[in-house]
Design a protein around this ligand. Structure first.
Ligand code: 5GP
Ligand code: ZN
Length: 114
């Protein structure tokens, strides 16, 4: 499949990986929007967007969020706080159609988002 995040998950494209196991991969965003900007993706299942989730994906996406929190601790941004984001679809600002959790931290975030 012509999906860059599937290819990163299969180690066919390079990425700066900070955590991986059988279910998920976490790697630094190529165009960071904060001092720490990591993406967490499911490894074996290509789900294009959160809107395509089915009930059977709940545990996998729950693990993506859990690993986002673990990575925040690993990279030292957990104590000050961080932001977790799933962009979904065109109005949600999604550009890569393989679900990914943005883990952003290392500076104060603003609200509302743009
Ligand atoms: P989206 O806009 O879909 O929510 O987020 C896609 C993210 O993937 C962007 O933050 C973008 O910088 C990042 N990205 C796109 N292509 C690559 C890539 O090849 N490698 C890495 N590490 N990040 C990428
Ligand atoms: Zn994919």
């Amino acid at each position: 499949m012509d999906c860059i995040f599937c290819q990163i998950a299969e180690h066919k494209l390079p990425a700066n990986i900070v955590y991986e196991d059988d279910d998920v991969v976490a790697f630094h965003d190529i165009n960071p929007q904060a001092p720490v900007h990591v993406l967490v993706i499911p490894r074996k299942k290509h789900i294009a967007k959160i809107a395509d989730m089915t009930a059977e994906d709940q545990a996998l996406v729950g693990k993506v969020i859990y690993i986002g929190k673990q990575v925040a601790e690993q990279l030292g941004i957990a104590e000050d706080g961080f932001r977790l984001v799933f962009n979904n679809g065109r109005h949600g600002g999604q550009h890569v159609y393989h679900i990914h959790l943005h883990v952003l931290g290392g500076r104060p975030m603003t609200w509302p988002p743009g």
